[in-house]
Design a protein around this ligand. Structure first.
Ligand code: SF4
Ligand code: SF4
Length: 154
């Protein structure tokens, strides 16, 4: 009994220090760590892809007016799965290395992004902003020409 305890103590002493000095010294997360998410409003095109994949429904999308799409992030619900970062076509969502998210005020965990949207002339609903359409022009689909298939069928 005593021998086994001594053996246990020896194993522990031999291993040396295995914990970080945090919180007395800053802890730097490893590469690929999924911390608090951040959103770049300049890059967001309001597609809603992030909200579609967010399992705990931490992201809500609404259209308060015809030209504005509102994205609300309720990060107190976030499970740090990073699916939103993975699917965002514009790389507007990124996971930071911030992990100290405890707060007394839940508002600290709320983000709002307003995206100005173009509206369809027929139905009046928002569609993706010029960023995506500009890209389509670069690839030749809307450069004043019809796609080849459409020309042939006209
Ligand atoms: S990291 Fe996951 S849970 Fe958090 S907002 Fe993104 S999709 Fe939702
Ligand atoms: S953050 Fe990315 S996925 Fe979410 S609405 Fe904006 S562009 Fe789409």
């Amino acid at each position: 009994m005593i021998l086994s305890k001594l053996k246990e103590a020896w194993i522990c002493i031999k291993a040396g220090r295995v914990t970080l000095p945090y919180p007395f010294a800053p802890a730097v997360p490893e590469e690929g760590f999924r911390g608090r998410i951040t959103v770049d409003a300049e890059k967001c095109v309001g597609c809603g892809g992030c909200a579609n994949v967010c399992t705990p429904r931490a992201i809500q999308v609404s259209d308060p007016s015809q030209e504005i799409r509102l994205l609300e992030f309720f990060l107190e619900r976030c499970t740090y799965c990073a699916r939103c970062e993975e699917v965002c076509p514009e790389k507007a969502v990124t996971c930071t290395k911030e992990f100290e998210t405890a707060t007394n005020d839940v508002q600290d965990l709320h983000l709002k992004v307003e995206v100005f949207m173009g509206t369809c002339q027929r139905c009046g609903r928002c569609f993706e902003t010029s960023t995506e359409l500009d890209k389509m022009m670069v690839t030749g689909f809307r450069n004043g020409k019809q796609p080849q298939a459409a020309e042939e069928t006209a």
